[in-house]
Design a protein around this ligand. Structure first.
Ligand SMILES: *[C@@H]1O[C@H](CO)[C@@H](O)[C@H](O)[C@H]1NC(C)=O
Ligand SMILES: *[C@@H]1O[C@H](CO)[C@@H](O)[C@H](O)[C@H]1NC(C)=O
Ligand SMILES: *[C@@H]1O[C@H](CO)[C@@H](O)[C@H](O)[C@H]1NC(C)=O
Length: 405
């Protein structure tokens, strides 16, 4: 087929672009007139043009396929020790990548790291968020590192926690650490009888809803592609204890009175930070917001001896049991956070990377007791593992955006 040769030569993307677009259009017409059912797994141009951009990737099933081999292994040095389940001898660690997410009405192909390096030269990608975004960043790094030739420079672009440039391709990927997106820090009452002191507050965390944390404030003007997340820390009563160390929201340097609940604060922070990114992003930048990553604590929360000892994904019924908002279970925050995210992102220029439901099935894919903590880690993900599929989804969206423009 003509499209497969197009793929081969798609490495030099820019000069071929008019030709590619023409071929895309031709393919669309041919396909629309002839085939209704072209769910081919090859990454042909027409598949993302027609199916993928209109497909709901969030609904589907996990299919066990022992022939799948991950693109990297436990020797990738960037894997944080607590997430390296193969080295930690987690019993099902080698099986984790042998599951394939099958959306109901299309396919989600594995991304091809060789092609990715060749088509994303002179590009900079920033992950901005909490440790779950670092988990996703590490997955992308390891996939690319396993196939890249030439030197990889380790550095900290634009305030990043960590970052790498694949020098032969001038492709940079970086992780910017931020828990709330907004800047926050310890607050204690002073003698000046301010509004919060008058209300009886003594200790807490000051959250400046209109100030991005310095770790990522420069990221939107630096990167061409951005992937944001926030969520876990808004539901972290052990740190932001509602009585002993509450979140105290400030705007324009002044406390917001009456004090807000964290979920009200989250709405304001999302609105203002989304606006900040829209204002500061480079022209043509592609902005993603990733939905909430679910936890899988069963038998109690993380500090109540909860665990995640399953070695097989959950059934659809078990997923509803564990996550439905109506049941108000231990891990209910996954869907609650999403309600806030979807509300804030509506009408924005962000692409939503909806990984929540597919991840809800994967109770088997956390480090659990091999995470090297006193309690089970049922929040982060083993690598290689689930966040490889998040990157497949990210890159599938990216391809369909690039194909459209
Ligand atoms: C994993 O198993 C290997 C082989 O039995 C052993 O040498 C190694 O110490 C184990 N690692 C951990 C973290 O338990
Ligand atoms: C490398 O890529 C960046 C974009 O990420 C670009 O600004 C820069 O000019 C490129 N450098 C070279 C030497 O092409
Ligand atoms: C959900 O459960 C928690 C305790 O686990 C409780 O504090 C909270 O009030 C419940 N929420 C609703 C809406 O029932």
């Amino acid at each position: 087929m003509a499209t497969s040769t197009t793929q081969q030569s798609a490495k030099k993307k820019v000069p071929l672009f008019p030709l590619l677009s023409l071929l895309c259009f031709t393919s669309i017409f041919i396909l629309l007139s002839q085939f209704r059912n072209t769910s081919s797994t090859s990454n042909t141009v027409h598949t993302f043009q027609i199916h993928h951009s209109s497909c709901d990737y969030s609904q589907g099933t996990w299919i066990h396929d022992p022939t799948i081999t991950p693109t990297y292994d436990n020797t990738c040095k960037e894997i944080f020790k607590g997430w390296n389940c193969i080295s930690a001898n987690k019993s099902n660690a080698l099986q984790l990548p042998t599951w394939r997410w099958k959306p109901n009405h299309c396919d989600l192909p594995r991304f091809d790291p060789v092609k990715f390096l060749r088509t994303h030269t002179h590009t900079s990608i920033g992950f901005v968020g909490d440790s779950l975004n670092r988990n996703m960043f590490v997955s992308l790094f390891c996939s690319l590192k396993s196939v890249s030739d030439g030197q990889v420079k380790k550095w900290r672009p634009a305030g990043a926690d960590r970052g790498f440039t694949f020098l032969n391709y001038n492709l940079t990927i970086a992780y910017h650490r931020t828990n709330l997106l907004a800047r926050y820090g310890r607050w204690s009452a002073s003698d000046n009888r301010g509004a919060l002191e008058t209300l009886g507050f003594k200790e807490g965390y000051r959250v400046d809803v209109d100030v991005p944390e310095s770790t990522w404030a420069q990221a939107p003007s630096f990167h061409d592609i951005l992937i944001f997340n926030t969520g876990h820390w808004w539901w972290a009563p052990s740190k932001f204890d509602p009585v002993k160390s509450p979140m105290l929201f400030f705007k324009k340097g002044q406390p917001l009175i009456p004090p807000l609940h964290p979920d009200q604060g989250l709405d304001i922070v999302l609105k203002l930070m989304i606006q900040y990114v829209e204002d500061k992003a480079r022209p043509g930048a592609v902005k993603f917001f990733r939905t909430q990553s679910p936890r899988h604590f069963e038998g109690g929360d993380w500090d109540q001896d909860g665990s995640c000892q399953r070695d097989w994904p959950l059934s659809a019924e078990q997923v509803e049991e564990l996550f439905s908002v109506k049941n108000n279970g231990t891990n209910v925050e996954a869907r609650l956070v999403n309600e806030h995210l979807f509300k804030a992102l509506k009408g924005s220029g962000f692409v939503i990377l909806d990984i929540t439901h597919m991840s809800e099935f994967r109770a088997d894919a956390h480090p659990a007791s091999t995470g090297g903590k006193k309690h089970d880690d049922c929040m982060h993900w083993c690598l290689p593992g689930l966040t490889d599929t998040w990157n497949d989804l990210f890159i599938e969206h990216l391809n369909s955006i690039n194909g459209r423009s």
